[in-house]
Design a protein around this ligand. Sequence first.
Ligand SMILES: Cc1cc2nc3c(=O)[nH]c(=O)nc-3n(C[C@H](O)[C@H](O)[C@H](O)COP(=O)(O)O)c2cc1C
Length: 258
Amino acid sequence: MDIPFDSWHKAIYLRHSQRKYSGEIPDDEVTERIERVCNEFRPFPGARAVLVRDPAKEVFKGAVGEFFYKVTQTPYYITFIGDMNSSNVQSVMGYLGEGVILEATALGLNTCWVGGFYRPEEVLKQINLEEGERVLGITPIGYSKEESDRVGVSSKQYRRKDLSNLIISGDADESWVKTAVEAARIAPSAGNRQPWRFDIDEDSITVSTNSRRRDFRVSRRLDCGISMLHIELGALVSGVKGSWEFLEHPEVARYRIN
Ligand SMILES: Cc1cc2nc3c(=O)[nH]c(=O)nc-3n(C[C@H](O)[C@H](O)[C@H](O)COP(=O)(O)O)c2cc1C
């Protein structure tokens, strides 16, 4: 599947995490487009997304805290499944899952990456896994309960680190680099920890993670995979194509322009 980079890049700036839903079921055309992106957006091996068109029932858990409210009344949810024998499974999962989330956002649907506060055993009652696979995260998908929180209406955005704290070498003077790292800067991450760091070279951007710690029950490499897609979307809307090379810790991957 070719990346619809214009609409996904716009969606970066429209998306926010939404946890309270109206229960309204998306119409057939919207649902089919979500099914299609789940089935067809497979940029790298080792990860897949599956739409669950049944009520989430006991799937979402609650916890008291700034970010982790319980998800309620979502009509559908999407599971993000990784093949744990595949190298780079976490970063590939982040990249692929974020593609699905941005397509949903472009269709006017609200979402929320959920890595910790759900019950995997309940998810497993509704999907089938192949050997070696694990659910690495899920997202509710539907319309927010409050009109003011809907995609395109809300201007809600969490605080993000300054680019000066994220760029470890090089600078973002070139216009494609600026668009790319700005898009990556506002990516979502577990607990809003923003673990991505960037090394900028003449023809490449390298994404690294700031630690090996796995708090919020989510690998930082998964967050970095999300920021990788945002980098690529920023490059593509600037007319710059490239490709990814996966790297060893603390580096995650390098986007080198063609
Ligand atoms: C991989 C990942 C896992 C997350 N897990 C949870 C979660 O378990 N529960 C939750 O309420 N929010 C979760 N979030 C949402 C983050 O808290 C949210 O993305 C971050 O605070 C930034 O806010 P925004 O998405 O509205 O921009 C997760 C986000 C990511 C990317």
